[in-house]
Design a protein around this ligand. Structure first.
Ligand code: ZN
Length: 144
């Protein structure tokens, strides 16, 4: 199995069995994200104490890439502080959109979408939405 097949397996696993896919009634922060290019919708809910993310969940429906990305996002943001998440989100965007090289941990598996600009928006949607949630934005985050 080469690295791309391995990455494909990870994406499929997350999209079929999304982690933290549930309502979070005690959420202190939440926001919607929408990717009109593909029709992906995501609702991100967070519990933030001080500036640390204590819990993160998502709901919504979207393609395999957007679901896998949201699932991974909820796992990665837990325990991190707001600044770390903003930095990671920006690095992920720079890797996918500007072709820069950064250490982005598990998000590496999603970098295959770089070759497909419309799929880049599927991959980044959850990260737009988590930033909007941190800001408790009433406006949905869009990928446009
Ligand atoms: Zn999509």
């Amino acid at each position: 199995m080469d690295i791309n097949e391995l990455y494909q397996e990870v994406i499929l696993d997350h999209s079929k069995k999304p982690r933290n896919f549930r309502h979070l009634p005690q959420a202190t922060h939440h926001a919607d994200g929408y990717n009109p290019m593909c029709g992906d919708q995501v609702h991100v809910q967070l519990i933030i104490e001080g500036d640390t993310i204590k819990d993160a969940t998502f709901e919504g429906c979207g393609c395999a890439i957007s679901t896998a990305s949201a699932s991974m996002m909820t796992e990665m943001v837990r325990g991190k502080n707001v600044t770390e998440i903003q930095e990671l989100s920006e690095k992920f965007r720079e890797v996918l959109v500007e072709g820069k090289e950064h250490e982005i941990g598990d998000l590496e598996v999603l970098c295959g979408v770089k070759a497909f600009p419309t799929r880049v928006k599927c991959a980044t949607l959850a990260w737009h939405a988590v930033i909007a949630a941190i800001n408790n934005s009433a406006q949905p985050a869009t990928t446009e």
